[in-house]
Design a binder for this molecule. Structure first.
Ligand code: FES
Length: 334
């Protein structure tokens, strides 16, 4: 059986199957509900349920408190309807960004290579084009388990058939040690779904941008940089990539060449635990050392929570407007 869900204040209404999260059904129907992690940890997808009732399923208490549940709030990425619903997202539904429907895709692995310590580049040729925004991510479905793992596209959205992902190994991880760093091989068929997330750079912007990636947090930034350079979307871009040692860096030559070709693009890798002829220190400290003021600039941050927190603090101290700081946190794989 299905339930009908209406988004208040929009023309969007869609059917949700038994056990399907509201967000999944909305995005597949081409309706938009703000969201980021899609696994109950960020709270971006919080809805007010105006009519009807939901099953919160595994919604964590730290994202959705008892008081919020009593107040008819729900996490769209976790909750499933128990009746027809009228809901109202708590975030902005019309953010001026074009949204592409979520769909299931099939693809074939065409490249799988070690690019840095415990880091692989995975390139997949899809059977059909996928429209997405630079900065968004996909879920790769782990064979035999039916669970998804999230990886950002590193290719620009102009390349809709061949997707590039950067995968960091998690010791003992189901998707990495159990699959991508184990049995996965060129020629394998894989299932994925996407696009997801609202970390993106889509429109022309007046502000110069600082992009900071930690480890494989480089992936969505690579998509954004390539897209922004193709379309001349950003007047000046500064890309920082942080790692512990030289073995953690990758695509150094790619970005060095890109910087040589584009005078408005700057690339600065930084190592925290190894001295070399480049920038040394925590990547956020390197940024702070390079800019006395970040007033009138924007930032795109992707990496582990500690890096994001440090970067946001530093950029605000350097007078960057909070509304111009965009972030994508790695959510630890369960
Ligand atoms: Fe639902 Fe993050 S909690 S998208």
């Amino acid at each position: 059986s299905t339930h009908r869900v209406e988004i208040k204040g929009s023309a969007d209404a869609f059917d949700v199957a038994d056990g399907q999260p509201i967000l999944d059904a909305a995005l597949r129907a081409g309706a938009w509900i703000p969201h980021s992690c899609t696994q109950g940890t960020c709270g971006t997808c919080k809805l007010k349920v105006l009519c009807g009732s939901v099953d919160h399923r595994e919604s964590p208490e730290y994202t959705l408190t008892g008081a919020e549940r009593a107040d008819d709030l729900a996490l769209a990425c976790m909750a499933t309807p128990q009746s027809d619903l009228v809901v109202e997202p708590t975030g902005a539904v019309d953010d001026g960004v074009p949204h592409h429907p979520l769909r299931d895709y099939l693809g074939e692995v065409v490249e799988l290579s070690d690019v840095a310590a415990n880091t692989r580049r995975l390139v997949v040729d899809l059977d059909e084009d996928m429209a997405f925004n630079a900065g968004q991510y996909c879920e790769l479905i782990v064979p035999g388990h039916g669970v998804g793992r999230q990886y950002s596209m590193a290719n620009p959205p102009g390349e809709q058939r061949r997707l590039e992902f950067h995968v960091k190994r998690t010791p003992g991880g189901l998707a990495t040690d159990g699959w991508i760093f184990d049995s996965l091989a060129v020629g394998d068929r894989i299932d994925l779904r996407g696009p997801l997330g609202q970390f993106n750079l889509v429109h022309q912007q007046a502000e110069p941008a600082i992009l900071i990636g930690g480890g494989t947090g480089l992936a969505p930034l690579k998509s954004i940089v390539r897209h922004a350079l193709d379309r001349e979307l950003v007047p000046e871009m500064y890309l920082y990539h942080g790692g512990r040692g030289r073995a953690d860096l990758y695509d150094v030559e790619f970005f060095t060449d890109l910087a040589a070709q584009h005078e408005h693009f700057h690339y600065r890798p930084a190592l925290s635990d190894e001295s070399w002829d480049g920038a040394t220190g925590l990547v956020t400290d390197v940024v702070v050392g390079d800019f006395r003021s970040c007033k009138g600039m924007s930032a795109y941050l992707c990496g582990p929570p500690a890096m994001i927190d440090a970067a946001v603090k530093s950029l605000k101290r350097r007078r960057m407007a909070p509304r111009l700081i965009f972030r994508e946190e790695f959510t630890p794989a369960a």
